[in-house]
Write a protein that binds this ligand. Sequence first.
Ligand SMILES: [Mn+2]
Length: 380
Amino acid sequence: MGRCAAVQVVKIDEEMGKCSGQELKFFNFINGGVAMAGTFRFTFGPWNIHEGADPFGPEVRSTISFNDKLSLYKELGFDGVQFHDDDAVPDLDSLSRNEVIEQAKAVRNTLKDHGLEAEFVAPRLWEDPRTIDGAYTANDPEVRRYARERSRLSLDIAEALDTDLIVLWLAREGTYIRESKDSKTATDHLVEAINGMLNANPDIRIAIEPKPNEPMDHAFLPTTGHALAIAALTDDPDRVGVNIESAHAILAGMDPSDEMGFALAFDKLWSVHLNDQNGLKFDQDKSFGSVDLRRAFNQVRILDRHDYGKRGEWVGLDVKAMRTQKDAVSTRHLSNSREAFLALLEVSRSLDQNRIDELIAERDYEALDRLIIMALLGRT
Ligand SMILES: [Mn+2]
């Protein structure tokens, strides 16, 4: 946090040098228009550029090294990097705490060389064999202890990378069968784990990323409401918020923009994972807006209307390239998602709010519906 609006203005001037004509038109529009409202900075995690393996087939693209990925960020229009703990420090379980910190500091220098910043660090607690049946909520106390220790290393990595944000995607904190864990006890264990992090570092903030299922049948913190409610049970509720992923909200049967609005009302929306999802199936991480343009529009609109980004929050994309993409075009999902966000932002800001207010006052929602559809079709 703490990145002021003035810095963002400078950023946007830097950005303009490498913009398309259409984007320049957009920047001119906002610079001359709505009082410098919301200039957004974009981020993604290195896992968004990947080899294309899925549960039914092997890798189909060559591996791009972490450093080579970093050199792609700027040209794709991104200024920030999201990290799993082991994206920053591979094999951290086999290293001493000092070694972990040293390696993370080296990554921070590499980021600086690329003109990039770290947005957050997320402890990856779902791949180690010990965490097969959960990490913080495992029935085995030794596993829970491992999870808490690894999480504390994430705090060290975050500090070394110059970010105060930890994201918790609680992948295996749930059940395959109801009787295998007690949900009251599991909630207590989650609070205990979060308290361990809050008390280990007084500056760190924790953003829980809710998801209702996958890999588990049922997850213990499926929605934004659950995440904000558990914050209230912790030792420092002010330092526990959310990272809302569009697809996860859709999988929970929620509208992502409503989830975001709810978190914004609590001042707890500290990160987003924008993407899209085509109905109730496996988590797809499709490009932003690729399934439901109006749903994407409403996410952009709620973020922009309530000054998301003004206090340093990043617009995070969590999108997966289709397996069919060839190597040379395997990053298009990222630039396309960012472009969709900016185009939808332009649509949102071009709307005649007075006319919308009139239609709301008249309760003529058919006319409002048409106004939005025509705006999305570019027929205003
Ligand atoms: Mn996802």
